[in-house]
Design a protein around this ligand. Structure first.
Ligand SMILES: Nc1nc2c(ncn2[C@@H]2O[C@H](COP(=O)(O)OP(=O)(O)O)[C@@H](O)[C@H]2O)c(=O)[nH]1
Ligand SMILES: [Mg+2]
Length: 261
């Protein structure tokens, strides 16, 4: 083939794997969803996983024991007291882990990054992930989807998880999905249960579509926006109210307002 005289106009094939974030509060089923995705796609995609735990590598160990990937393909980043910082404000540790995985297991198709998940509004920086899933579960209540927040409103995909539990917790899944869709102005919503094959197929199809769009150069990483101000303990066990407004990269904890525990 003759050399392209206009290389800058040539379609660009991304040189690195798609990075996919999975965020949402503790217990909504993020690790289980990642295990489900790995199971559904392991035969056709090369996948690596990074977990973000506060003090442990619990999520990484769960995923290794699920046996869905070679254990070495699952890496843990320990984030300290403020896990959302590592996915939004200072993403260095996660970027290094993603690059190491991509180098060690080249060529990878997808690196999935699970957030530490302590907060309803934590979102990934578009500097870290190309696309992100926000996960809610029906057991958290049918009205959560209506309450909004950056992840619920603007993540690339919202998953309403554990739909098999809906009859037991009195939640109307269709209504919850309709509320979520309204809050998201048409962005994708999937009602998922790991025991419902059709819903797993929908999730699988969504990821393959995003991957195809990423590879074609058409996909643009979106920023759902900064998380809401929130309150939690810092490294010294002192309660602090703080925000992650864009530009707040110093992530200063205002100890004047600190509340001793
Ligand atoms: N009934 C039901 N339980 C689920 C489903 N997915 C996850 N779980 C359970 O929810 C709990 C929390 O799941 P986990 O993946 O650790 O949540 P994470 O903290 O968001 O990573 C575990 O006991 C899982 O077995 C599901 O589709 N249906
Ligand atoms: Mg987890």
């Amino acid at each position: 083939m003759p050399e392209n005289p206009f290389p800058e106009t040539a379609p660009t094939t991304p040189a690195r794997p798609l990075r996919l974030g999975v965020a949402g509060p503790v217990g909504v089923g993020k690790s289980s969803l990642i295990a489900t995705v790995c199971r559904a796609l392991a035969a056709e995609l090369e996948i690596g996983v990074i977990t973000n735990d506060i003090y442990t590598d619990e999520d990484a160990r769960f995923l290794r024991s699920a046996g869905v990937l070679e254990p070495e393909r699952i890496r843990a980043v320990e984030t300290g007291a403020c896990p959302h910082t590592a996915i939004r404000d200072d993403v260095t540790a996660n970027l290094l882990a993603a690059e190491d995985l991509a180098a060690d297991f080249a060529p990878l198709d997808v690196v999935i990054i699970e957030s530490g998940g302590d907060n309803l509004t934590a979102t990934f920086s578009p500097a870290l992930v190309d696309a992100q899933i926000f996960v809610l579960d029906v057991a958290g209540g049918g009205d959560v989807a209506r309450k909004g927040g950056p992840g619920i409103g603007r993540a690339d995909l919202l998953v309403v998880n554990k739909t098999d539990l809906a009859p037991h917790v009195g939640v109307d899944v269709e209504q919850m999905v309709a509320d979520a869709s309204a809050a998201r102005e048409g962005r994708a919503v999937i009602a998922l249960s790991r025991t419902d094959e059709d819903s797993v197929a929908a999730l699988r199809g969504w990821l393959l579509d995003v991957l195809a769009s990423y590879r074609s150069g058409a996909h643009v990483a979106q920023d759902p926006g900064p998380m809401a101000p929130h309150f939690h303990a810092d490294e010294d066990g002192v309660g602090v109210l703080h925000s992650h407004a864009d530009g707040d990269h110093a992530h200063a904890h205002d100890h004047d307002d600190a509340v001793a525990r």
